[in-house]
Design a protein. Structure first.
Length: 249
């Protein structure tokens, strides 16, 4: 017996079309929500300053500006005493965001120096080392417009275990940052890479994610920064802020 021809049920087709329409409406609404959220976030960033810590701005303060490796430095006050260390890092930030928010800061007393760490995220997100260096140059220009010759100390990108495959790009960035510091009076370079390596590989200075540092890692950072500050900050400032002992007369 020949099979019977199936007839098209108009009601079923209508239900299918309704279902598709509902899906498109829901999915489209979700995309619109995500887009609107991203626009709002971009607008928030565009108008927000760097994070500000409590307390008035003092004569001996140093700003620690950068991405999450700076933001997560919970022992900064103790590690950098007697300096008035202000943690102005932003978790997960890119260099563009840091520069933008730096430019939104309210006028006020200038810091004695800025310690800067950023670029690791940018390179991990696929930005070439040369482009990341251009972004560093934009921050330097923004610093000069706002704060003149306030010393800027750039920390080299650290050899994070989870991002070891980006080492070549990081090395290119670090070498270029070092050259900038050699050529510019208001920029210094702090090479922390050798301190974080043991036998050519990352040492035990990181938390479980293999990106952010533990207390031992930050202790090495503090030592390296303290060693470089006398080359960047006038000796009178160091003495006034208790960072060096006064000479006996």
């Amino acid at each position: 017996m020949a099979p019977k021809n199936k007839t098209f049920d108009g009601s079923s087709g209508s239900k299918l079309l309704v279902g598709i329409a509902v899906f498109v409406a829901v999915f489209g609404g979700w995309l619109a929500f995500l887009y609107a959220s991203s626009v709002r976030e971009a607008d928030r960033i565009a108008h927000s300053p760097l994070p500000e810590t409590s307390g008035s701005r003092q004569a001996c303060m140093i700003w620690f500006v950068g991405s999450s490796s700076m933001h997560n430095w919970k022992t900064l006050d103790r590690d950098m005493a007697p300096w008035d260390a202000r943690n102005r890092g932003i978790g997960g930030a890119t260099m563009d965001e840091i520069t933008m928010r730096f430019g939104n800061d309210e006028p006020g007393p200038a810091p004695r120096a800025i310690i800067y760490y950023a670029g690791e995220n940018d390179i991990a997100f696929g930005i070439p080392a040369g482009e990341a260096i251009d972004k560093l140059g934009k921050f330097i220009e923004a610093k000069r417009r706002r704060l003149g010759n306030v010393p800027l100390l750039v920390i080299s990108l650290k050899p994070s275990p989870t991002r070891w495959n980006f080492r070549t790009a990081q090395q290119e960035f670090n070498a270029a940052a070092h050259r900038i510091a050699d050529d510019q009076d208001d920029v210094d370079y702090i090479d922390i890479v050798p301190k974080l390596l043991i036998n050519g590989r990352p040492g035990p200075f990181y938390v479980k994610d293999g990106i952010h540092m533990n207390a031992a890692g930050y202790a090495l950072w503090a030592t390296a920064i303290r060693a470089e500050l006398p080359h960047a900050v006038p000796i009178e400032t160091l003495r006034r802020c208790g960072a060096v002992k006064r000479e006996k007369t």
